[in-house]
Design a binder for this molecule. Sequence first.
Ligand code: NAD
Length: 420
Amino acid sequence: MVKKASVYENVTRQFNKAADLMELDLNIREILSHTTNEISINFPVKMDNGHIEMFAGYRVQHNSVLGPYKGGLRYHPKVNLDEVRALATWMTWKSAIVDIPYGGAKGGIQLDPFKYSFSELEHITRRFTFALRQYIGPEYDIPAPDVNTNSQIMAWILDTYLSTIPPKERHCSIHVVTGKPVESGGSLGRNKATGQGVVFCIEEWAKDNNFDLSGATYTVQGFGNVGSWAARLLKPHGAKLIAVEDITGAVHNTKGLDPDNLTEFVKEHGGVANYPDSKEIDHKTFLSTEADIFIPAALEGVITEETAPLLNVKLVAEGANGPTNIMGDEILQKRGIHLIPDILCNAGGVIVSYFEWLQNKRSEYWELEEVDSKLYKKITNAYKRVRDTAKKFSTDWRTAAYIVALSRLETVYKERGIFP
Ligand code: NAD
């Protein structure tokens, strides 16, 4: 039996394909094929019942030639070093594509957050932050939310980190983490930023392809931060959400599911299962649903050699990181299904994290309109760079996005050289 490629092997293959095509300098290729630091921490936490439980946490820093390490923190039972390494590497490419001064990092704790109380999650977060404190910092490595983490968790990280540094440095260090609650130094528009970026990319694609979004149909996998915001922001275009899947199941309605009502329902019931006025469908039926657009916004490895033949859509807009493996990519290309790759499509989150970081450094608060218009400019410029690169190299959009990122990194390495 052929062994399935790991998430990181998938990144390596994507990287190699682009590096071959653009003839990336061999020395720079070697540097970028490695992560810089891989931190694994096993740490104890006292549970509500007085027992101690051990947890495994990770932070991988891939590259910082363009700026401080930047990337989310994930809480999930399947978090492991291979996955975090892949996610950290994608962050380096993402920041380079959208032209922001960051490197790439990612972290996570291997746990099922739904099994723990609010106070246990606080203790787990604070203890992990304490253990990580010398490896993160406002000008060094800046975490943000990812799967199963949110602004509350960022507030705990902020508070714990600030408690470990001298009082004089605290007020100029709140940019140690982004995705904070607005009242604690977060940015307006950060919560919806990733979904907003996905929708800006879909709008550009629609313009390029003379496609009318009003009346278009779409499906979404994952109805958390990214998926629910993308759906809510597509609603004003008149597009119709006809199927949604999350960890609790999948629901369908050809007449349309209202994204705002569904978001309220998920907040109350923990998932989309049993949403009124919808039919429950299984995973295979969900993936085979005929629609114009599919937005994967859950986890990696959803569109593979087994599932890519099932998709019945014109466009895949990758809200999640790594939803498509290399074989899935090849099948989508052969079938003529367009794809806006993750490292471009979901970059809205890191772009507005950068805006939050800038506001903190300058002690400013920007209006939402300012955040949104700056996000629009950054992500649509990146979209055009990727589109034009795909044409220039006659290649697929994922490879083109890599070429945009790798060209920028190659230029900087050539200008700076390698010490000594
Ligand atoms: P989230 O925790 O808010 O939501 C995750 C969603 O995925 C939930 O609805 C969950 O039920 C669903 N899900 C989990 N396992 C599933 C499964 N096996 N099948 C179907 N659905 C499943 O997370 P999020 O922040 O929305 O992140 C989603 C994806 O977007 C991840 O790949 C993440 O790395 C990526 N991303 C997030 C951000 C951000 O700003 N939050 C930025 C860039 C990329």
